[in-house]
Design a protein around this ligand. Structure first.
Ligand code: BGC
Length: 774
């Protein structure tokens, strides 16, 4: 990035610069030069922007670039993932982690950090939930905003993603999220709205999916009417990698940059659309200005900072420990007594699960395991294999280890193959082998402390068989030390669940496997479903206890007294919910962390916001008049303090649900450019069927492996358009492939050959017109 300062426009000159660009140069700024960089225009001193994942650690790639975390990346601190951090309900901590990520990005010359993920966890089986904060928009939005503030204070752009309604990985590049307007606004958009209004991110990434029939990157309602005009976003909207279909429609709708490089075809199409009068130059200029402003904003950070990697490791450790959620602690077995003889069981204690798979994968600067951190344990037994199986010898060793100890700590984890970008979790059960090891330990009569790793909930029908249960989620590179800190009491766990741990029953029909994902549960997501939970949203214990009292409610907010009635200092997370007739459950509207010394009390304020009493009804936000119940407590199922507040509102509830029609037809011929590759097994062409079956066989083999194969997952469900949106091939190539897949014979093959030959000539011509060096 040596050229940073020399090639940097200042904001004042952004408009002049836009006017100095040729039409081809303007169009050229709106798509990537390669997998991670935008194009530069050296003659005007416009540098390229460097973008990199990701949400919980920098992934600046070395060598061959890919966007799925397959290639090596430079070592960086692997912080706990968003699902873990969210359990802190700690805005200061989220900002600190954001700042640390921003520092590492700035030190590596990265301008745009591709995070945080603020999609809602619609269903705990979402395979990418580990990258998202919560099932609740207020919590996700506030944490996302804090994180963005931290990143951007370092002069690096944050990129909240994936806007919007990207709740499943299955068919993510083609799926249509069909959701009524009230649910869209109150749940899925609110998290983004909070981030945009409170933290003004300089960039934002669109989702792969369609929203009510329109691809997110081409969605004018989302990108212009709501994001820019209503919320005041003035940054750049970046597509997800391969998430654009029509580059002209994207520019018109408000999509700024298409990533990764689609070659020069999008440039040609934008230029031609302007020349034909199909795209206004004003729309084009607006997008160009957004790119230039992003360059400007990321150009003022001065010399690259020196990163203190030890300090970042310690921050990661502190975050993982304080965000750990203590779900059960019978007889106060935790913290472990210093004299206790402790046995350790579980292959995951040695081979930690500490992050998820996909584009967010970080190469950690170091890695600790529970086993390496756990000093003085009397015995270790793996108990099961990482593939989820066990055998008599492994179980016998568990019995021996547990029988001679005072406490046995059993490490359990969601298998890596279940939790990845690109796939959803088949179920929430832990593998039989892990449970057999847990039960073998419990059968000895020695109290069991179960320690869980994974980016989301698991079923816990075995929870009554253990004395204690700690959910550490995915703790990042220092997760092993952090859990030991918690078990020994060096750090008190203060985590509260940001996603409900279900008791069994889940929504039917997740994930949708066809073209359409219908959000029929509407607002009934997570705790709002009213379903029984094993551990409710907001729940978490500590090493002391609290009493809440003296609720006082004014039109500006609520206040309560938090008294520490235990023997140790500790932190409570006080939660404010609002209830009103017509809604199944109270809804979270505020929270505060408070540290209280033993025997002491603190008064805690929970201010109302512009969102507290609003509802989206009949096409608009309305502050509804009437009586609202204000409830305060420790978690969504324990809200003992209540007061009724009369609000002078403008209207009364009515409710509407506008759901645009969506086609649910399957993918049968005739196929088009948006048909996923795996659906071509229905092609009339025997050759196409043969090739696709070969891909599917490879995928079936990969599905059985213990680590996900993201390459094949991506390829199998990629729509045909990715041939030209993610490579330098032209759309003529895609069109010819579509014809072949539809059974057209020799003429289509001829067209393919012509397209393959013509493509490089067209590319060279556009590249020259842009003035690029190669
Ligand atoms: C992911 C994004 C990521 C991008 C670049 C995509 O597959 O969905 O979250 O930022 O790749 O790696």
């Amino acid at each position: 990035m040596a050229a940073r300062d020399a090639m940097t426009p200042d904001l004042g000159s952004v408009l002049t610069l836009t006017a100095s660009l040729t039409l081809t140069e303007k169009a050229g700024l709106l798509s990537g030069a390669d997998v991670w960089q935008t194009r530069a225009v050296p003659r005007l001193g416009i540098r390229s922007l460097w973008m990199a994942d990701g949400p919980h650690g920098l992934r600046k790639q070395r060598g061959d670039a890919d966007h799925l975390g397959i290639g090596e990346s430079e070592p960086a601190t692997c912080f706990p993932t968003a699902a873990t951090l969210a359990c802190g309900w700690d805005l200061e901590l989220a900002e600190q982690i954001g700042a640390a990520l921003g520092r590492e990005a700035a030190a590596s010359g990265v301008d745009v950090l591709l995070g945080p993920g603020v999609n809602l966890v619609r269903d705990p089986r979402g395979g990418r939930s580990f990258e998202y904060f919560s099932e609740d928009p207020e919590l996700a939005g506030r944490l996302g905003a804090a994180y963005v503030r931290g990143v951007q204070a370092q002069g690096v752009a944050a990129t909240p993603k994936h806007f919007a309604v990207n709740s499943q990985e299955t068919r993510r590049l083609t799926s249509d999220s069909v959701v009524d307007e009230q649910t869209l606004r109150e749940l899925y958009l609110t998290a983004f709205e909070i981030v945009v209004r409170e933290a003004a991110p300089w960039a934002l990434m669109t989702a792969y999916n369609r929203v009510n029939g329109v691809y997110a990157h081409e969605h004018r309602d989302l990108l212009t009417r709501i994001l820019r005009e209503e919320w005041g976003f003035d940054g750049a909207v970046v597509s997800d990698w391969g998430g654009t279909d029509d580059p002209v429609a994207s520019v018109r709708a408000g999509g700024t940059v298409q990533m990764p490089s689609p070659g020069w075809e999008s440039v040609r199409r934008i230029v031609e659309a302007v020349q034909r009068g199909e795209l206004s130059e004003a729309d084009l200029d607006a997008r160009v200005t957004e790119v230039l402003r992003l360059i400007d904003r990321t150009s003022n950070r001065g010399a690259a900072p020196i990163v203190d990697l030890d300090a970042h490791h310690q921050l990661a450790r502190h975050a993982a420990a304080t965000c750990a959620v203590l779900l059960r602690n019978e007889g106060g077995i935790l913290p472990l007594s210093p004299d206790a003889r402790v046995a350790l069981v579980g292959a995951y204690a040695e081979t930690p699960r500490y992050q998820g798979a996909g584009s967010s994968i970080v190469t950690p600067t170091r890695l600790t395991s529970l086993r390496s951190a756990a000093e003085g344990v009397t015995a270790f037994a793996p108990g099961y294999r990482i593939d989820g199986t066990t055998d008599a010898a492994l179980l016998a060793a568990v019995t021996d280890a547990a029988a001679s100890a005072d406490v046995v700590v059993v490490a359990l984890a969601v298998p890596a193959a279940h939790e990845s970008e690109g796939i959803d979790r088949p179920h929430l059960r832990l593998p039989d082998g892990q449970l057999a090891a847990l039960r073998a330990a419990a059968a000895t009569g020695t109290p069991v402390v179960a320690v869980l790793a994974g980016g989301g909930p698991v079923e816990t029908p075995w929870r009554h068989e253990v004395a204690a249960l700690v959910h550490g989620h995915l703790g990042g590179q220092a997760g092993g030390e952090a859990i030991w800190d918690v078990l020994t009491g060096r750090v008190h766990p203060t985590g509260r669940l940001a996603v409900t741990m279900p008791a069994g029953e889940l929504s039917p029909g997740f994930p949708a496997t066809g073209r359409v994902a219908r959000y029929d549960e509407r607002l009934g997501v997570g705790y709002r479903s009213g379903r029984a939970a094993a551990f409710p949203f907001g729940f978490g214990l500590g090493y002391t206890s609290f009493e809440l009292s003296d609720l006082e409610v004014t039109p500006d907010g609520a206040a309560v007294t938090v008294r520490n009635v235990g023997a140790a200092a500790g932190t409570e997370v006080v939660q404010l919910y609002i209830a009103r007739e017509g809604r199944a459950t109270p809804e979270l509207k505020g929270f505060a962390r408070v540290r209280v010394e033993p025997g002491a009390a603190e008064r805690v304020e929970l201010p109302f916001t512009a969102r507290t009493f609003r509802r989206f009804e009949r096409g608009a936000w309305r502050s509804l008049g009437g009586e609202w119940e204000v409830r305060v407590g420790r978690h969504s199922a324990d809200l003992p303090l209540r007061a009724v507040l009369a609000i002078d509102g403008e209207d009364t509830p009515g409710g509407d649900t506008v759901t645009r029609a969506a086609s649910e037809e399957g993918w049968r011929p005739p196929f088009d450019r948006n048909t996923p590759l795996d659906q071509l097994v229905h092609s009339p062409s025997p050759l196409v069927r043969l090739l696709v079956r070969a891909v599917l066989r490879r995928k079936a083999r990969a599905d059985l492996a213990t680590e996900p194969d993201l390459d094949i997952q991506f390829i199998a469900s990629a729509p045909l358009r990715t041939i030209h949106t993610m490579t330098a091939a032209t759309s003529e190539v895609t069109n010819a492939v579509v014809r072949i897949a539809n059974g057209a014979g020799l003429p289509a093959w001829g067209a393919l050959l012509v397209a393959l030959a013509r493509g490089p000539l067209l590319e060279r011509r556009t590249r020259r017109a842009f003035g690029a060096a190669r």
